[in-house]
Design a protein around this ligand. Structure first.
Ligand code: WTA
Length: 634
């Protein structure tokens, strides 16, 4: 069994061993899984080339470890609980045996559609059980899944499908969220019409009774092709380093990156971190509210919990529907023991008042996880006091799409929790703070750029189709280290607090959005000359999007113009990237070499004018005053 740390001493010992002898440490973890063939070497790497080979020579299939492996001891245990958006619908429960059968049926259907090892399959689906089944079915036959969050626009979906060269898109007809019924398939159709030539088929799950366009020859109904298949399918034998999935995420430049994770290292690390961070015990009910379209859903709804033989829950809906006590009602209904959500959800529910949470007792809750963005002190206390009623431990987990699993966190019952601090690294994780020149900042009570010094098993392997970009983004800024893009501080006891991104990525409601992506969209408007987008503090979302826009002057109606800009961003990226505020300006502050001074725009957006300091070295200092006094802000 995977090692589970139970005391501070055990944590210290495990940490020490993981640093002094990482290969033995991780080999001990890897031994707890089923392999078709053992590995010949634990780790070979060259950080500067983004070359990481964990468990080289080993052969495995992650779904054997998620599913088949548990049948002898947990075959009839509930693997997955699904809660519908509609409160009156019954929960769906699948045992490990049933889930394996469904995954195999889907695997066989994928094979019938000609999908084979190495092919890319894009998912554009709501949080239905079939999404989890489909993802695992890909892994079973060695196809590479790439889940695209169903809130992205057709344009954004098309970009990802093209970049991945996907042969198949798996979607649903519609998506139910709150009181909305959202078209899904029509977005897929629009995306395909934008030149997704690699797509041969669309596999569509019927999620409603409404009519939907259907293209004979290309489109296939899930119930027509999956339900008739045999419930067994031999797992594909995968090399340890074969890719498992691609997940697109935003970076500093305009184009999202396809972060690639591989089979063995990801398996070992997500299982290890899941068991420790959530201190999972055999009869616990674990619920992560993330969407499977993000890394949190991959690692901590599907893979980590299933690898650990846990009962994991999936929720289709939103926290405020039908009322703002939905999360708490579900926690009570299923006696949830570990609950994992994002600060933005906590803040949104906090804003609805205490009565919703006060009236529901949830004595089963033991661990309350937070992820995706820094959690502010007020939200931390509300989570601890109101949701956990001071009986559960809040764990603030810092990690990234690129890290595959949780890196810095408290461990319940083992290390304490300090508000706003992610705290200590998990075993195997070696965080360091560096200054902009790359010098390591020693000691405590210091701030710097967060890097990781040594590979851990689920470190990203590449960015799909562009290995140089991976090297440049993560491994070149500080040679010999992985650069996270985050700034952090270390307190007097060595705990780490992650402050936020230091690059041009903003974190809106826990969703990563590149400012360049939003600028590119805004600039598509024919009357836009130039734009600059920055983040600003937002009470609920953590960060909001603030766009400064220069028009060509041919605008009859400013409100109309701003509405059009919003429409373009929604069309190009999705509603999640729509600016919260747009200010029409005549110029943007620039350095003498012509670069936009974002620092100044961030301060203006945050209404911190008094912190602006000396702006006289700008190419156009007069513009700052004009921006501040400009009244058109919508
Ligand atoms: C931020 C989500 C502070 C951080 C798993 C990181 C956090 C980015 C925390 C990754 C946390 C995530 N405290 N900041 N506990 N967790 N972040 O790739 O800026 O969607 O770089 O992965 O979210 O976002 P991503």
């Amino acid at each position: 069994m995977t090692l589970q740390i139970k005391s501070l001493d055990e944590y210290k010992q495990a940490y020490k061993k993981s640093i002094e002898d990482p290969e033995t440490f991780w080999a001990d973890q890897a031994k707890t899984f089923e392999w078709f063939e053992p590995w010949s070497s634990v780790l070979n790497f060259k950080m500067e080339n983004s070359s990481f080979k964990w468990f080289e020579g080993g052969k495995l299939n992650i779904t054997v470890n998620c599913l088949d492996r548990h049948l002898s001891t947990r075959g009839d245990k509930t693997a997955l609980i699904w809660e519908a958006n509609d409160e009156s619908r019954e929960s769906v429960k699948l045992t490990y045996k049933e889930l394996l059968a469904k995954v195999c049926q889907c695997s066989n259907a994928l094979k019938e559609l000609g999908i084979k090892k190495g092919d890319r399959v894009v998912f554009y689906m709501p949080m239905v059980v079939e999404l989890a089944i489909g993802v695992l079915a890909c892994a079973r036959i060695g196809a590479i899944h790439s889940v695209v969050f169903a809130g992205f626009s057709a344009n954004a979906l098309a970009d990802r499908v093209k970049d991945a060269g996907a042969e198949l898109i798996i979607c649903s007809d519609f998506n139910f969220r709150g009181n909305k019924c959202i078209e899904v398939k029509s977005v897929v159709d629009q995306a395909i019409s934008q030149g997704c030539d690699s797509v041969r088929n669309v596999l569509m799950y019927k999620n409603s009774n409404k009519d939907v366009d259907f293209e004979n020859g290309r489109d296939v109904w899930w119930h027509d092709i999956v339900d008739k298949q045999l419930p067994s399918c031999d797992p594909e034998i995968m090399d340890a380093e074969d890719p498992l999935f691609i997940l697109y995420t935003s970076g500093s430049t305009g184009k999202p990156k396809g972060v690639v994770h591989s089979c063995a290292g990801y398996m070992v690390y997500t299982c290890y971190s899941f068991k420790n961070v959530f201190q999972y015990k055999e009869n616990d009910i674990y619920w992560c509210t993330a969407d499977i379209g993000w890394i949190t859903g991959h690692s901590y709804i599907i893979y980590g919990p299933l690898l650990a033989g846990a009962t994991t829950m999936m929720f289709e809906g939103v926290p405020t529907y039908p009322e703002p006590d939905r999360f708490w009602k579900i926690c009570k209904k299923h006696s949830v023991t570990q609950f994992y959500t994002a600060p933005t959800a906590i803040r949104a529910l906090m804003a609805q008042g205490d009565k919703w949470v006060d009236s529901i007792d949830m004595p089963s809750l033991q661990v309350l996880g937070s992820v995706g963005e820094p959690i502010n002190e007020e939200a931390w206390h509300w989570y601890n006091d109101k949701v956990g009623k001071k009986r559960a431990q809040v764990v603030d987990t810092w990690w990234q799409t690129e890290t595959g699993g949780i890196m810095i966190t408290s461990i319940p019952g083992v290390t304490d929790s300090k508000p706003t601090y992610a705290s200590y690294p998990l075993p195997g994780v070696q965080p360091v703070l560096v200054d902009p020149k790359g010098n390591t900042i020693e000691g405590n009570n210091v701030e710097g750029l967060l890097c990781i010094e040594y590979p851990w098993p689920s470190i990203l392997r590449t960015t799909y189709g562009d290995h140089d970009r991976c090297i440049k983004t993560y491994f070149s800024p500080f040679p010999g280290k992985y650069f996270t893009g985050d700034g952090a501080r270390r307190d007097e006891d060595g705990r780490i607090r992650v402050i936020g991104r230091v690059d041009d990525v903003i974190n809106v409601s826990g969703h990563r959005i590149g400012t360049a992506e939003v600028e590119n969209a805004i600039d598509e408007h024919e009357n836009v000359v130039e734009s600059a987008v920055v983040g600003f503090p937002h009470e609920i979302k953590g960060q909001g999007i603030y766009a400064f826009v220069i028009s060509d002057g041919n605008i009859a109606d400013k409100n109309q113009f701003i509405a059009e800009i919003n429409g373009i961003v929604k069309e190009k990226i999705g509603a999640i990237a729509r600016p919260d505020k747009i200010k029409l300006v005549e110029g943007l502050p620039k350095t003498r070499s012509g670069k936009i001074m974002r620092r100044i725009l961030r301060l203006i957006a945050a209404d911190r004018i008094s912190d602006l300091g000396d702006t006289s070295t700008l190419l156009n200092p007069e513009v700052v005053e004009k921006i501040i006094s400009e009244k058109t802000e919508v």
